[in-house]
Design a protein around this ligand. Structure first.
Ligand code: PEP
Length: 252
């Protein structure tokens, strides 16, 4: 039985006081380890203050991005070691906004995954097709390429540290969700692709979250699918009541 995960991606939202207040409320409601791994990914400025609130709780902290180098002349970037220093355990890598708005390629994401693992950070690796790719019937081809190139030279031991998020780009922030069977079909394909490379034993334990306009109304039917093991939530994770509502559905 795979332990489900729910992750809140706040993107470029929330000041330090807002992030701290959210974390305090979440910690009050979910102070004991439950049946779901809860992860929150604040913007960089709020990471350390939120980490201070989450200390001694079972809620995990993630960053939304990082550079692959340890240090150097990379103005505006942040290194894996700096994220560990700020209290992060996870890091989101390859979010579609990073791929499309900031030109991150599969080869760059592969470097980031290796660097994260080397520093002891657990990557949440995002993959997903655009609407154009879905409509042209290339979804599986795109997903396979993202996995193969993103995970180049990743070992079966490494894969234990990795979580996947299938996020169809056309469903992110649009209010359009993949239907549960549509999402399940791709999640199954992702698991089979991992299994073909790294063995079924590893693939059967890998957490594959779904992301794309998840909300308290559609969570239940998505989570009923056998290969969907959680949710990466953007918009609906900005409001404490709606995020807690989604967590409670996953806990059932
Ligand atoms: C996301 O940013 O990863 C995401 C899934 O956003 P939303 O839930 O708003 O679609």
């Amino acid at each position: 039985m795979i332990r489900p995960m729910i992750a809140a991606n706040w993107k470029m939202h929330k000041t330090i006081p807002e992030g701290v207040e959210f974390a305090k409320q979440l910690k009050k409601e979910f102070s004991e380890p439950g049946d779901v791994d809860i992860v929150i990914a604040p913007p960089f400025t709020a990471l350390f203050p939120v980490a201070e609130v989450l200390r001694d709780s079972s809620i995990h902290l993630a960053a939304q991005n990082m550079h692959w180098e340890e240090k150097g002349a990379y103005t505006g970037e942040i290194s894996p070691t700096m994220l560990v220093d700020a209290g992060c355990e996870f890091v989101i890598i390859g979010h579609s906004e990073r791929r499309t708005l900031f030109g991150e390629t599969d080869a760059m994401l592969n470097r980031k995954i290796h660097a994260a693992l080397k520093s002891g950070l657990k990557p949440i690796f995002c993959i997903g097709e655009t609407l154009k790719e879905r409509e042209s019937g290339t979804t599986f081809e795109v997903i396979k390429k993202q996995i193969k190139e993103g995970l180049n030279n990743i070992t079966s031991d490494d894969i234990r540290q990795l979580t996947f998020a299938y996020e169809p780009v056309w469903a992110i922030g649009t209010g359009k969700t993949a239907t549960p069977p549509e999402a399940q079909e791709v999640h199954r394909f992702i698991r089979e692709t991992i299994a073909a490379d790294l063995g079924y034993a590893h693939a059967s334990e890998t957490v594959i979250m779904y992301g794309g306009s998840v909300n308290p109304e559609n969570t239940g039917s998505l989570m009923d699918q056998p290969d969907i093991n959680g949710a990466l939530v953007g918009g609906a994770a900005l409001d404490i009541d709606s995020f807690e509502g989604i967590i409670k559905i996953l806990e059932r």
